[in-house]
Design a protein around this ligand. Structure first.
Ligand SMILES: Cc1cc2nc3c(=O)[nH]c(=O)nc-3n(C[C@H](O)[C@H](O)[C@H](O)COP(=O)(O)OP(=O)(O)OC[C@H]3O[C@@H](n4cnc5c(N)ncnc54)[C@H](O)[C@@H]3O)c2cc1C
Length: 254
């Protein structure tokens, strides 16, 4: 099996977000392998161990994104591809086109990705990639079974369960509950740090130079500080009356 994982390095969700000059400040911030992509890497490794083949992880991102690739290698991925050419960075439209150029002409059976990136939270890149490669996709999967070229996936349909059948080649996006990602072993970390990365340039990928982003962030701002709560006084009947009054006349939700 030729198994690929498209992964992204993201802001650690534990970090405090500071907005400065219209963008999120990155100085001194810890970056991690996108948590949803950890499920994708884990599932890819399990598939390889069960069915044979190899796992290749690929990312489009700056120098620091190399750490996310090394985490995936330390977990057990076989090869890593780092597309670092800044001319290729952009919105979900552009990145999915760059990834499609990478996959064009390559043999692949399955591409696994995260359900969404915890930074931009859009969930577009992977499904756009499937469309560009003209293959089927199943999003937000919580279970994956492959038998020959037949695939059965469970998907999280906003709290309900949907069982979907598909054929390889396929792209799936991985949701919490799919598996428990392993921690990289010490030996895995040592090996991963020595492994050479494949670093194709825009020219190597044959990317159409005309591809530009279709969207741009106009403004970034933090939500307004939460207003203090209000305690309604009186006995229960008075409080219910006052609450209904406030919901009707102040919040205007009734
Ligand atoms: C549950 C949910 C509900 C939503 N509801 C709404 C809504 O009601 N209204 C609305 O307007 N919008 C909604 N959106 C957002 C909408 O889908 C987005 O605008 C969008 O598509 C952004 O994608 P992302 O940043 O989450 O994920 P992406 O950035 O697209 O990432 C998804 C996956 O793609 C891969 N990937 C991403 N970047 C790279 C890279 N550089 N290199 C390699 N691999 C990469 C990774 O595997 C990653 O996990 C919703 C999104 C989700 C997930």
């Amino acid at each position: 099996m030729n198994i690929f994982v498209a992964l992204k390095q993201t802001f650690d969700t534990e970090e405090k977000i500071v907005v400065e000059n219209g963008s999120v400040k990155e100085d001194g911030v810890r970056f991690v392998l996108n948590p949803y992509d950890e499920y994708a890497v884990e599932e890819a490794i399990k598939l390889r161990d069960e069915l044979g083949g190899q796992v290749t992880v690929v990312t489009v991102g700056p120098e620091r994104a190399q750490e996310a690739l090394r985490t995936a290698l330390a977990m057990g991925a076989d090869e890593a591809v780092h597309i670092t050419d800044e001319a290729l960075f952009g919105d979900e439209y552009k990145v999915s086109n760059v990834l499609a150029s990478y996959f064009n002409g390559k043999e692949f059976d399955i591409i696994l990705t995260g359900n969404q990136a915890v930074d931009s939270g859009s969930g577009q890149t992977a499904v756009r990639l499937a469309e560009l490669l003209n293959i089927a996709h199943v999003s937000t999967i919580t279970k994956l079974e492959i038998n020959g070229t037949d695939v059965v996936a469970h998907r999280d349909a906003e709290g309900d369960l949907e069982v979907v059948g598909a054929k390889l080649p396929l792209l799936v996006t991985c949701q919490q509950g799919l598996n428990d990602p392993r921690y990289p072993s010490l030996i895995g970390i040592r090996k991963a740090n020595k492994k050479p990365l494949d670093t194709p340039s825009a020219g190597d990928l044959g990317v159409d130079a005309a591809i530009s982003s279709k969207s741009s962030v106009q403004e970034t701002f933090l939500p307004a500080a939460k207003a203090a709560g209000r305690i309604i006084e009186g006995d229960n009947a008075q409080r219910v009356t006052e609450l209904v009054n406030l919901l009707k006349n102040e919040a205007k939700v009734l």
